[in-house]
Design a protein around this ligand. Structure first.
Ligand code: ATP
Length: 373
């Protein structure tokens, strides 16, 4: 279900970058990129997210010009860039390994592309100074890459990518080489720098948290196709398919049957509970549907909640304390597990839960997402 590319009415500005029905078939079976259409606006940080082999790197490489689409078009400001070699595109690609020259200083690494373009020495000096300031490495200009931390090397690579003022920055797993803590800090730094410069950015990542933190919009990819495009909160709160719901964050998936189908609510009967969902869906009574319920949207109480919907009596199978929150694995009557994440607002729960205890899990009629696909 790739997002259709809207036709541009005459006089209307075309999207900044338009990926129009692009296919890349390397032959030998699976198609790496399968009829992908995405519009990217100027100034966006757009993430291609998916697990290994889903085709995200191939798509990025086609944007960079390192691969040629089998069919389809890539348009920049309405012009097809298919015929342009990588160096002729106003893009810069930053690789996971950074590919810094080890024998050159930080300054010379940043200046490299500018020198190759024949820029005047004074102008290069000014541009490199500005880039060093931007990535807060002014004091490190004379160092060699091996004398820097991983995060600092990453910033040099970014400064080098931005030095030529590309219209578009392509990032291939930009933080893949950093450990978790440094990666989290660097994600925010990187976004701040990219936003300061105002450059449009397409990044590839398999790390959903990274995509959620950094991107203004995300395309979730699987097996060469785009399953959903949206803001991080849209993808998290209203996933379009079971795959996306399961891929992004933690989710409890329950399978059931639509028993009441009204414009303002539906009822779905599952093995362990009846869901009352406070909005309509395009379905028909009797059809099989999935219900996705995020762990943080479930409450736990020792008293039975009122009514008969959106609740289940379960047994605490496992609990893990993470400081800020506790995760409970509850066993439902059918044997299915229900994951519940509870914020530790107070230092101790008023009615502490322990293993094998019975507890009521309940949720509101707006907590669930009903999935047909
Ligand atoms: P990863 O995160 O592991 O890099 P990915 O999502 O970026 O994965 P791609 O590298 O785009 O995936 O690969 C998509 C598919 O295309 C894979 O099945 C891969 O084996 C295949 N593929 C990629 N490059 C080539 C190539 N040059 N020749 C043949 N097949 C290729």
């Amino acid at each position: 279900m790739s997002s259709a590319v809207p036709t541009v009415a005459s006089g209307e500005k075309p999207p900044f970058l338009q990926i129009d029905d692009v296919v890349k078939d390397f032959g030998g079976g699976a198609v790496a990129v399968n009829h992908v259409s995405i519009d990217i606006a100027q100034g966006e940080i757009f993430a291609l997210l998916g697990s290994s082999g889903c085709g995200k790197t191939t798509l990025l490489r086609m944007l960079a010009g390192f691969e040629t689409p089998t069919s389809g078009r890539i348009l920049l400001n309405g012009k097809n860039i298919a015929g342009l070699a990588p160096y002729e595109r106003p893009f810069n690609m930053m690789f996971q390994s950074y590919a810094l020259f080890p024998h050159l200083t930080v300054r010379d690494n940043i200046a490299f592309g500018l020198q190759r373009d024949g820029m005047a020495k004074g102008a290069i000096r000014e541009r490199v100074d500005a880039m060093l300031k931007l990535v807060q490495l002014t004091k490190f200009g004379k160092r060699k890459p091996h004398q820097l931390s991983g995060g600092q090397q990453q910033r040099v690579a970014l400064a080098r990518s931005l030095a030529k003022r590309p219209q578009m920055l392509l990032l291939d797993e930009p933080l893949g080489a950093l450990d978790k803590k440094l990666r989290e800090e660097t994600q925010i730094e990187l976004v701040n720098i990219i936003e300061d410069v105002g450059v449009t950015c397409v990044m590839v990542t398999h790390d959903q948290e990274e995509a959620m933190t950094m991107a203004s919009r995300i395309a979730v990819m699987s097996e060469g196709r785009v399953l959903q495009v949206g803001a991080p909160s849209d993808i998290y709160e209203t996933p379009a398919t079971r795959f996306v719901a399961d891929f992004i964050g933690n989710v409890n998936m329950m399978e059931g049957t639509l028993s009441v189908d009204e414009p303002d609510h539906v009822v779905i009967e599952c093995a362990d509970c009846k869901h009352y969902v406070g909005h309509g869906i395009t379905g028909t009574a009797g059809m099989a549907v999935g219900v996705a319920l995020r762990p943080e949207k479930i409450r736990l109480t020792s008293e039975k909640p009122e009514g008969e919907f959106n609740q289940v009596l379960a047994k605490v199978h496992e609990l893990s304390y993470f400081g800020a929150f506790t995760v409970y694995h509850l066993q439902l009557p059918s044997g299915q597990m229900l994951k519940v994440s509870e914020s530790n607002l107070a230092r101790h729960r008023a009615d502490p839960l322990t293993w094998d205890q019975q507890v009521w899990a309940s949720w509101s009629p707006t907590a669930q997402v009903v999935l047909i696909h």
